[in-house]
Write a protein that binds this ligand. Structure first.
Ligand SMILES: [Ca+2]
Ligand SMILES: [Ca+2]
Ligand SMILES: [Ca+2]
Ligand SMILES: [Ca+2]
Length: 320
C-alpha cells in the first residue's frame, strides 16, 4: 500500500468522523434555539412561550378569539393565570411576546367590574405600575376588562363578554402567565419552581407504577407528590404538553387500604380526586392523574401492574 492510498484511507476515516460529528451538532443547536418557542398544549392550543428564569416566570401568547372570561378560564386550565403586569420589566417581557402576535388585542388579568374605576389584578397583586394608552381607561359605554394593544403594549379597557365581541371587528388573543419557569432545552422538558426549589418533568413513556417509581428514583428524584394547589398547577401545565391518557403520581394506599400516603412521607393535606374516587375498585392502590376529557388534572386510584394498557400511562418525576 502506497503513501497516497494510506492518505485516502485516512481521508475516508476523517469523513466518517465528520459524519458522526454532524449527527451531534443539530441536536445541540436545537437545544439552544428554544426561546421564544412554539408550544402545543392539549394538541390544539398553539402558543408562543417566553421564559424569565431570573424571576421564575413563564409567559405565553395564544391566538384564540375568546372573551375575557373564557380567556381567564383557559389560562387557569393550563395551570396559569391571565398576565398581570406589575413592573416595567414585566411590561417589556410582554411587549417582546406581543411582537410575535397577530391579533389586535390580547386579554390580560385586570378588571374594574367590582367597583367602577377601581382596577384590580386577578391575583390580588397591588395595582401600582400602569401603562394605559392615552385617554384610557375611559369606561366607554361601561368597559370593565383590560387588554393590551398588540402593536405597542399599551393598556385599554374593553368589553369582555361574548355578545359584545361578536359584533366587533376587532380580533383578540390571550396572554398567560405562570409562576414557575419552564425549560424546554433539557432532554426532558422541565419545570423549575423557584419558590420551593423543586423540579418537575413529564415522561411520555409507557410504564406500570412500580417501574415508573423505580425509574424516578434512578434519576435522583421520585414520582411527583402533589401537596398544594401550586403543585397541582404545575401538574396541569405538564399534562397539557403530554400525549398519554394517564400519568403516575407518587401516592399509594397499599399499606393500609383507604389511607393514602405520599411515597416521600409528606403529609396528605391536599387532594384533587375525580368524582367518586378513590373507589378501590377491585383493590386499586396506586395514584394516577387523568389527562383526557372533562376531568383533566383529577386523580384516580388504579391497579399497579395489572393495567390493561401500560402504553397509555406516562409519569411525572419531581426532584430537588
Ligand atoms: Ca405578573
Ligand atoms: Ca370600567
Ligand atoms: Ca411535591
Ligand atoms: Ca385502595
Amino acid at each position: 500500500m502506497g503513501v497516497i492510498n494510506r492518505g485516502k484511507k485516512a481521508g475516508a476515516l476523517f469523513l466518517v468522523f465528520l459524519f458522526f460529528l454532524s449527527l451531534l451538532v443539530p441536536s445541540s443547536a436545537l437545544a439552544r434555539s428554544c426561546s421564544p418557542m412554539d408550544m402545543n398544549f392539549f394538541g390544539w392550543a398553539t402558543g408562543k412561550i417566553v421564559v424569565d428564569p431570573h424571576r421564575g416566570k413563564t409567559y405565553g401568547l395564544f391566538e384564540l378569539n375568546k372573551n375575557w372570561y373564557e380567556a381567564k378560564a383557559f389560562a387557569e386550565s393550563l395551570g396559569g393565570q391571565l398576565v398581570t403586569v406589575t413592573s416595567k420589566q414585566e411590561q417589556d417581557q410582554i411587549n417582546y411576546l406581543l411582537s410575535f402576535g397577530k391579533r389586535d388585542y390580547y386579554w390580560i388579568g385586570a378588571s374594574d367590574e367590582l367597583v367602577e374605576g377601581q382596577w384590580r389584578w386577578v391575583t390580588g397583586e397591588p395595582f401600582v405600575y400602569t401603562n394605559w394608552a392615552p385617554g384610557e381607561p375611559n369606561n366607554y359605554g361601561g368597559e370593565n376588562y383590560m387588554a393590551v394593544v398588540r402593536t405597542n403594549g399599551l393598556w385599554n379597557d374593553l368589553f369582555g363578554r361574548r355578545n359584545e365581541l361578536q359584533i366587533s371587528p376587532i380580533t383578540f388573543g390571550v396572554l398567560v402567565e405562570w409562576d414557575f419557569s419552564y425549560n424546554p432545552c433539557l432532554p426532558v422538558p422541565t419545570i423549575y419552581d423557584r419558590t420551593t426549589g423543586h423540579y418537575y418533568a413529564l415522561y411520555d413513556r409507557g410504564s406500570i407504577w412500580s417501574d415508573a417509581k423505580r425509574f424516578a428514583e434512578s434519576q435522583g428524584g421520585h414520582l411527583a407528590t402533589i401537596t398544594s394547589f401550586r403543585e397541582q398547577n404545575i401538574l396541569k401545565f405538564l399534562l397539557a404538553t403530554g400525549n398519554r391518557t394517564f400519568y403516575w403520581l407518587g401516592g399509594t394506599d397499599e399499606v393500609v387500604e383507604g389511607e393514602w400516603r405520599w411515597i416521600t412521607g409528606e403529609p396528605w393535606t391536599y387532594s384533587n380526586w375525580a368524582q367518586n374516587h378513590p373507589n378501590n375498585y377491585g383493590g386499586q392502590d396506586y395514584l394516577k392523574v387523568i389527562n383526557y376529557g372533562r376531568e383533566i388534572g383529577r386523580w384516580v386510584d388504579s391497579y399497579g401492574a395489572w393495567i390493561g394498557n401500560p402504553e397509555s400511562h406516562g409519569f411525572i418525576v419531581e426532584w430537588k
